[in-house]
Design a protein around this ligand. Sequence first.
Ligand SMILES: [Cu+2]
Length: 166
Amino acid sequence: MRTLSNSFFALLFASLMMVGCGGESADTAAADDATEEMAADAIVIEANDMLQFTVTEFTVTEGEEVTVVLKNVGQMAKEMGGHNIVFLTEGADVQAFGVAAAGAGETAYIPADMADWVMASSELLGPGEEATVTFTAPAAGTYEFVCSFPGHFGTMRGVMTVEAAM
Ligand SMILES: [Cu+2]
């Protein structure tokens, strides 16, 4: 029975894919493969030695696939001043998160007991490194993002606005 239903879903999926190729969902399928296409739509944010994000606000639409590319353009060694980007949930206490993060070196400066507040995050980047973060834009609202390296969240923070889908 289980095998039967598995093949049923495999067939269903295959036919959906074929339908998709002729229609609008072809974009989604192509985007998964084509890195270039994704990069074109990505929000590129640089993190620098001045403890700044070059983009501190951007707007997306509810349900949209969001791709953020974080580039560390600084020179500071990762251990001394690496950068990451952490997108927090709407109710998150940014101040409390930032303070706790400073003591969470063992978990890449993301406090394990505050994981519920983390919607998406990148790894910690050293000089010249970059990371891509992808997630689905949540319900309409405003969401803060920070670099959680110790001492950085005071200046390295921004707001993502999510607009309701039409
Ligand atoms: Cu930083």
